[in-house]
Design a binder for this molecule. Structure first.
Ligand code: CMC
Length: 434
């Protein structure tokens, strides 16, 4: 039997006629990639792709997105099925270990996560350093990095067992740290985790219980919280995940890597969009004002964008947004809330989806468009929305970090650049500067 010939892509320099054959690599799905690793050696050229619009940064077996069809798969399982059938912790296991757990495996995993939810008592002191009005994402950037100062026994990145423990610690403790950030901003005492509650119920408990009164959410709210966590758990090589991988490539410890992911998530083009959507709906205020805001969104001289709309990869409906909208309806019904902001959001969506600007650019609502409305209905302050995204995405970040660390060789990530600054010039003494 002969091996199939290697598929190649020939790149020719039109000026010199010099050409180079580059291997084509194929994955399970998606566009094939041209492996350009030998390009510089062979031609002296780099490639230029600011914002990575056409560059694969790694091979990964975790998540696949078909942006044209609006499909999202985790380890081959469709997000719609996971949202309907799975739980957040089962999804975490799937992302981390590659397969759905068997019954005992899931039980053991749930037990381990539950047993790691408490944080070191001294971490409380770290919160005291922040102003009460600090954005909780600012607190999260700090306290998650601080975890590296408390859990020395799981920071050896070359030890698979320590990597596993760190992954479990991060998934288990970030909800506790997030709830503490919320309590700190409210001036309420921290609420300790409760081991007899599910992951989502415990998170709600830590956020909303007070010593004087325990918060007991309905099963429908717990399910909705769990589903929000599932929907945000991973999304392949987005900005924050790429940040985590790049930080990890320098052999930084996992707590530092996840802290770097949190900083990247914070921006309104990424996870910060869920807060920005609600602020935008507030600003629009009334259905009658929608046309004015749509015109602003189309005007390139105006920085205003329709928050919760558009995506680098999805050029069709974001499958997470569809599930989120369903959850939104369920939660509002459960809580008996008739939210005028939901009506405003639906009208905005309807008008935008019929507008040629949005149709031509394939701009659809993304996951953040409806999540803020649900979270607000549940009682979360808007500043907490992106923190909730970070709680959930920790599963994806740490799974992607673990996958990278399990590669036989770890090479530091180091993009190149095209230098466009001044050519070398002599230093000018102060007296001669014009
Ligand atoms: N409102 C108005 N115009 C938009 C929007 C928007 N929300 N999004 C994209 N466009 C326009 C953009 O101006 C460009 O127009 P033109 O071709 O005339 O120059 C065209 O659509 C293509 O957009 P792009 O800027 O090339 O797209 P991108 O891949 O660089 O940006 C995005 C993707 C998500 C950053 C952007 O769509 C955006 O800023 N959306 C609003 C913020 C948001 O909702 N972010 C959450 C993303 S989903 C959650 C997550 O995974 O983090």
């Amino acid at each position: 039997m002969t091996d199939a010939p290697e598929k190649t892509f020939t790149l020719t320099n039109d000026q010199t006629g010099e050409s180079v054959k580059l291997p084509i690599v194929e994955g399970t799905y998606g566009p094939h990639c041209i492996d350009i690793r030998t390009l510089h050696k062979a031609t002296g050229h780099f490639t230029l792709d600011p914002s990575f619009t056409a560059t694969g940064s790694c091979k990964s077996r975790i998540t696949y997105i078909d942006g044209d069809e609006g499909i999202l798969l985790h380890r081959g399982y469709n997000i719609k099925e996971l949202a309907a059938e799975s739980s957040y912790l089962e999804t975490c296991y799937l992302l981390l270990y590659g397969d759905l757990p068997k019954e005992q495996e899931l039980k053991d995993f749930e037990d381990i996560i539950t047993q790691h939810t408490m944080v070191h008592e001294q971490i409380k002191a770290v919160y005291q350093g922040f102003r009460r009005d600090a954005h909780p994402m600012a607190i999260m950037c700090g306290v998650v990095g601080t975890m590296a100062a408390f859990y020395h026994d799981s920071l050896d990145i070359w030890d698979p067992e320590q990597r596993r423990i760190s992954a479990h610690r991060l998934i288990a403790k970030i909800p506790t740290l997030a709830a503490m950030a919320m309590k700190y901003s409210k001036g309420q005492p921290y609420v300790y985790p409760k081991n007899d509650l599910s992951f989502a119920a415990n998170f709600l408990h830590m956020c909303f219980s007070v010593p004087a009164e325990e918060y007991i959410p309905t099963p429908a709210l717990v399910r909705a919280m769990d589903r929000i966590l599932i929907l945000h758990a991973d999304h392949e090589q987005n900005a924050s995940t790429s940040t985590v991988r790049l930080a990890g490539s320098s052999q930084a410890n996992p707590m530092a890597c996840i802290a770097s992911g949190i900083t990247s998530l914070w921006g309104p083009s990424h996870g910060g969009a869920n807060q920005a959507v609600l602020e935008m709906l507030d600003e629009i205020g009334h259905k009658d004002n929608i046309p004015e805001f749509l015109e602003r969104a189309k005007d390139k001289s105006d920085p205003f964008k329709l928050m919760g709309f558009g995506h680098r990869v999805y050029k069709n409906f974001d499958p997470r947004a569809a599930v989120m909208k369903e959850s939104c309806d369920e939660v509002l019904e459960e809580l008996g809330i008739n939210d005028p902001q939901l009506e405003l959001a639906m009208e905005l969506e309807r008008i935008a989806l019929n507008d040629p600007y949005f149709i031509d650019r394939k701009l659809f609502p993304n996951v953040d468009f409806y999540s803020g409305i649900i979270l607000k209905a549940m009682g979360f302050p808007v500043e907490m929305f992106t923190v909730l995204f970070a709680v959930s995405r920790t599963a994806g970040w740490i799974s992607q970090w673990k996958e990278m660390m399990e590669e036989p060789t770890l090479k530091i990530g180091r993009p190149r650049q095209l230098y466009t600054g001044p050519a070398e010039r002599p230093y000018v003494p102060m007296s001669k500067r014009k």
